[in-house]
Ligand binder design. Structure first.
Ligand code: NAP
Length: 342
């Protein structure tokens, strides 16, 4: 065990902010993980495991423990027939590589989740979703080290507590599991219309009428490339807030003044509002904040961009300005998507 010491956490968050980790170590296998946990226990150090940091904001205070970087990479076909395909993917596998492989094999299930930054193991944590697909729809189970049972277990999808952009891994059982692999059930089939409005529009504009996993992946890749900043070039964590789910009364209140407010039915009778629309109406479209060095991305105000922030305190100050403006104007509270650690 030779962990690195005093490691900048900025390298483990695509927002590129935060303090220092006392120790950091790459994990390439399940046995690496158990050895690292044993070492941390001996040293009485807390442990945090990350993938590529695409949904993490580190506090400026840093982390006086052991940071594990998940590099458990594999792609194993578990079972297959003419219709069904089961694959187990190492948690540290870059997610888009895994999607590319499934699409090349002509499989449907996760093609609309193309170009989402981060690792495969991070996808169940916030039940990653885009363009009408979410990982919960294809996930069979999550393999994880359970710190409560002190052993590896398989959590079936039905026990993951999935909801809209959420799971038990970021709520009731936050910090309990270290995810090492996910198993997906995909289909040898073509996706069927109707598709998510943005995709449908793209197909119409480009005269595309052949719907395969590859045509969906290409469309999503093109749309995302034009609409969203590449975290390898521009520091950002993707959507900074989830779309809020509100009740009929709140919708009526917003509608009284803004009849055109975009909204969709959500689970359990709730109503989903567009966080991007609320932020834009609150005055933060293409907004560049000189005080904090933070900005909203011109074509998607839900994405915060670190232009020249000095630290996480600047980001949190910017976040508060937006939260306050949206609350004052609409009486709606937005919930942060990226996890604030430690
Ligand atoms: P968009 O197509 O401009 O739509 C704006 C919002 O309206 C989205 O948040 C979407 O909710 C909602 N929406 C649109 N059509 C809908 C429908 N038919 N039923 C229910 N909700 C609908 O969205 P966008 O910003 O370009 O993003 C496209 C997709 O990529 C979205 O699914 C978005 O969630 C996903 N995305 C995710 C992240 C992330 O970091 N997590 C970042 C960017 C984009 P949903 O978000 O629930 O789909």
């Amino acid at each position: 065990m030779q962990p690195l010491t005093n490691v900048s956490l900025r390298d483990y968050s695509t927002m590129r902010l935060g303090g220092t980790a006392a120790y950091a170590l790459e994990i390439h296998s399940r046995s690496d993980l158990t050895a690292a946990l044993a070492w941390a226990a001996e040293q009485q150090l807390p442990v945090i495991m990350v993938g590529q940091g695409s949904n993490i904001v580190w506090r400026d205070e840093g982390f006086a423990g052991l940071l594990l970087i998940n590099k458990v990479t594999h792609y194993e076909v578990m079972d297959e027939d003419g219709t069904n395909f089961y694959v187990t993917i190492g948690a540290g596998e870059p997610w888009d590589n895994a999607v590319a492989r499934t699409v090349e094999a002509g499989l449907t299930g996760v093609e609309a989740l193309s170009l989402i930054p981060g690792t495969a193991g991070a996808t169940p944590v916030q039940n990653v979703g885009a363009y009408g697909q979410e990982i919960a729809n294809s996930l069979v189970s999550v393999e994880a080290y359970d710190t409560a049972l002190r052993s590896f277990i398989n959590v079936p999808a039905a026990d993951c507590g999935f909801g809209y952009r959420t799971s038990r891994f970021k709520t009731a059982d936050r910090g309990r599991f270290y995810i090492t692999a996910i198993t997906l059930h995909l289909m040898h089939a073509n996706p069927e219309p109707p598709f998510y409005a943005g995709l449908q529009q793209y197909f119409a504009q480009h005269n595309i009428s052949s719907y395969t996993p590859q045509t969906i992946r290409d469309a999503v890749t093109d749309i995302r490339t034009h609409k969203l900043p590449d975290p390898a070039v521009t520091a950002n964590n993707g959507s900074f807030f989830a779309n809020p789910i509100v009740d009929e009364g709140t919708l009526a209140q917003v509608k009284a003044e803004y009849d055109e407010v975009p909204h969709w039915p959500a689970a359990d009778g709730g109503i989903k509002l567009s966080a991007a629309w609320l932020i834009e109406q609150a005055g933060f479209k293409d907004y560049h904040d000189q005080e904090t060095g933070m900005a909203t991305w011109p074509s998607q105000p839900l994405v915060f961009v670190n232009e020249h922030a000095r630290n996480t305190a600047d980001l949190l100050k910017f976040r508060q300005k937006i939260l306050d403006a949206v609350r004052t104007k609409f009486d709606v509270s937005l919930e942060q998507e990226p996890e604030l650690l430690p």
